[in-house]
Design a protein around this ligand. Structure first.
Ligand code: CP3
Length: 324
């Protein structure tokens, strides 16, 4: 997840000397910050350090990260000409540091630890491209979608091509799982998701189907979209904390796995409450194969480091005993 490492002092020490984009440009630094949480906690999976917006830079987007604000795009997409000017992505040329880092991390990771590659989904990427930065209400993105459906479609098609090329290159470079982040798709109603977004997310999963690499389809606030998100694709579907795990899993369909669904803010609660919430999720999973325990969204920067250990200890000592 975004910010996976930011709560760690060893990550902050690297960030004092290097910007986010600098870390992503140097394979050794990328590998180091990817491995930091694994060395400390020994999770079952490591996610490569990058950002969903990184591949937009070689496509011609002028991206910076502004402290306490977030991503900022100086040349947002507003017209068909803007879309046409986006260059096709050649990941092996322009994202070589991230691909090299995947190889370095794979060499260092214990063989049983999965290495996860990722990309942003078309809607979430388009929202940054059109708004120029973070938004609370997606007014520019949705207005563009409603007023300029052809231009919006052209943008979606470019993002689909980019994402398939990038994720394929990541799998070739050593990623063993591919995660598609549609973090903001929960802001759409079902009708809009089906009409404007679903075909493009589905095209990405179609494009990855020959890779023999399991996929995760992630979203937040997606309780009402789960059936459609699952239909669009992904071997494993993300569940945030708003939907009880078993109810969400039923909507997704029994044939698929689920990932989630602890509220990241529960990590600020007393340790006993953290244990109780983790056990409730495991009880709802009920030992069915296909549950990847995770937070429902990213680790927030001020999360107490101890809380992560409490979650992991609870998971590792779980013996299936029912809790209230
Ligand atoms: O260790 C990790 O955090 C994994 C690497 C990772 C990052 N971004 C690095 C990052 C991953 C998987 C992402 C994905 C990402 N980026 C998503 C999808 C997942 C999610 O969290 O919803 C999204 C929406 C983004 C866009 C993004 N990047 C935002 C909104 C921000 C700034 C917001 C903030 O809270 O600062 C970023 C910056 C960013 N990307 C940080 C990290 C570690 C934090 C800033 C920093 O360290 O300078």
């Amino acid at each position: 997840m975004r910010q996976a490492g930011r709560f760690l002092p060893e990550y902050r020490a690297v960030r004092e000397k290097h910007t986010l984009l600098d870390i992503c440009a140097v394979p050794e630094l990328t590998a180091e910050v990817t491995l930091q949480p694994i060395r400390r906690f020994g999770m079952d999976g490591a996610i490569i350090f990058a950002d969903i917006l990184l591949p937009l830079v070689p496509m011609g987007i002028d991206l910076t990260f502004i402290p306490d604000v977030g991503p900022s795009i100086a040349n947002p997409i507003r017209t068909l000409e803007d879309v046409a000017a986006l260059r096709p992505l050649e990941p092996r040329e322009t994202l070589a540091p991230t691909l090299a880092a995947l190889g370095l991390v794979r060499e260092e990771l214990p063989p049983e630890t999965a290495l996860i590659g990722f990309a942003g989904a078309p809607f979430t990427l388009a929202s940054y491209l059109i708004e120029g930065g973070p938004t609370r209400n997606f007014i520019k993105t949705k207005s563009f979608m409603y007023h300029e459906p052809e231009t919006f479609r052209a943008l979606m098609e470019k993002l689909v091509d980019m994402t398939i090329a990038y994720m394929t290159a990541q799998a070739d470079a050593g990623a063993q799982v591919l995660q598609l982040f549609d973090s903001w798709v929960g802001y759409l109603g079902r009708e809009d998701y089906r009409r404007y977004i679903k075909p493009y997310s589905a095209a990405i999963f179609d494009g990855l189907s020959g890779l023999d690499c399991p996929t995760i389809h992630f979203g937040v606030g997606t309780g009402e979209l789960l059936e459609d998100i699952s239909e669009a694709g992904g071997d494993v579907i993300g569940l945030d904390w708003r939907v009880p795990l078993d109810e969400g899993w039923a909507r997704i369909g029994e044939g698929k796995g689920v990932q989630g669904n602890l509220d990241p803010t529960v990590l600020y609660a007393p340790h006993d409450l953290i244990r109780e919430r983790v056990q409730q999720i495991l009880t709802r999973a009920n030992g069915r194969p296909g549950h990847v325990f995770n937070l429902g969204h990213g680790v927030t920067p001020s999360t107490p480091v101890d809380s992560i250990s409490v979650v992991l200890d609870t998971l590792r000592s779980w013996d299936g005993a029912a809790v209230g």
